[in-house]
Design a protein around this ligand. Structure first.
Ligand SMILES: C[S@@+](CC[C@H](N)C(=O)[O-])C[C@H]1O[C@@H](n2cnc3c(N)ncnc32)[C@H](O)[C@@H]1O
Length: 309
């Protein structure tokens, strides 16, 4: 009969089949733990790091976050290129974090630049103004949701090689390896309402805006007239659009709205033109998000019943 080695004495005796099964389970469970690290460390070429940072357009007040910062090269290079900005690297490999913090200290950037041992999904993104990523594409797709939900509108997101799927880039460099850039859009979709004064009366505009990433479309109702908002543009929190429609006695009024989305308000100006021969009037414009939209309220206009033959 085969004898168990000395270190197994006292352990329950398993059959060879059970031992193989346990070994397989051990390998699977080790891999499950290893999967937290969604992609391995491979450093970006320094030329590509510089291209990414040029596309990001670094400014003094920037706070750059690299999700999956590896040996820290992107954040460190940003700190070298701009001697004022601050940076954070988020990295799941503790040794790389130690190495990156040591490099920051050696170069004298440790006041401005820190590397955290953290899963990118747990990173607090609200201070970031620039987010860089070069991870496996599926991981970047999942982080896309987090970035859109948590990053401040206007934050620039720059990736290397892979894009972010249906969130189309605001800028891309088509030479290999590709570099993409997005501006995190504000949450503009929903019901908005505002008033504008004409002929001594306040006219209420009730809108319905639909948003798909940075693309926004909208319709509006003023009194019992309805119209479409044209040329809507949203970049970060900056929004602009045009409207030509009859308001009160004026037919048609050309409006050009421009302002900023800030949570549940939009504020800016509207340039109003009643007749092409006149000079436009610029009025302050303030819209608020509403729970319901008067766009859908009954018009009170009775539709004619079909004629009985
Ligand atoms: C391809 S390297 C890129 C390193 C660096 N950003 C660059 O461009 O040189 C990806 C890095 O992401 C790290 N990583 C993978 N999954 C992560 C996660 N869930 N959270 C944080 N870091 C992660 C890896 O350990 C690796 O260092």
């Amino acid at each position: 009969m085969a004898r168990w080695p000395a270190f197994c004495v006292g352990l329950p005796v398993f059959s060879m089949k059970k031992m193989v099964l346990l070994a397989v389970l051990f390998v699977i469970s080790t891999n499950l733990v290893a999967q937290e690290r969604f992609s391995l460390f491979v450093g970006s070429d320094i030329e590509d790091v510089r291209r990414m940072l040029t596309v990001a357009g670094l400014k003094d007040n920037d706070v750059i976050y690299d999700l999956g910062s590896g040996d820290g090269r992107i954040v460190l290079e940003a700190a070298r290129l701009n001697l004022v900005l601050r940076g954070r690297g988020i990295e799941i490999d503790e040794n790389l974090v130690r190495e990156s913090n040591a490099a920051a200290k050696a170069e004298g950037y440790d006041e401005r630049v820190q590397f955290l041992h953290q899963d990118a999904f747990d990173a607090d993104l609200k201070d970031a103004t620039v987010i860089t990523m070069w991870l496996f594409p599926e991981l970047m797709r999942l982080l896309r949701t987090k970035i859109l939900a948590e990053a401040t509108p206007g934050t620039r997101v720059v990736t290397r090689i892979w894009d972010l799927g249906t969130w189309k880039a605001d800028y891309s460099e088509d030479s290999w390896p590709y570099v993409y850039m997005w501006v995190v859009p504000a949450r503009a979709g929903g019901y908005w309402t505002w008033q504008l004064p004409f002929d001594g009366a306040q006219h209420t505009y009730s809108t319905v805006l639909e948003q798909d990433f940075q693309n926004v479309e909208g319709v509006v109702r003023v009194g019992n007239r309805r119209g479409v908002l044209e040329q809507m543009k949203l970049s970060g929190g900056q929004i602009s659009f045009n409207l030509t429609m009859t308001v009160g006695k004026h037919s048609p009024v050309q409006h050009a709205f421009s302002g900023r989305v800030n949570g549940d308000t939009m504020e800016g100006t509207v340039s109003v033109l009643h007749k092409p021969s006149e000079k436009p009037t610029v009025l302050p414009w303030r819209a608020v998000r509403a729970k319901e939209s008067a766009y859908f309220a009954p018009t009170g206009i009775a539709s004619k019943p079909p004629a009985v033959p």
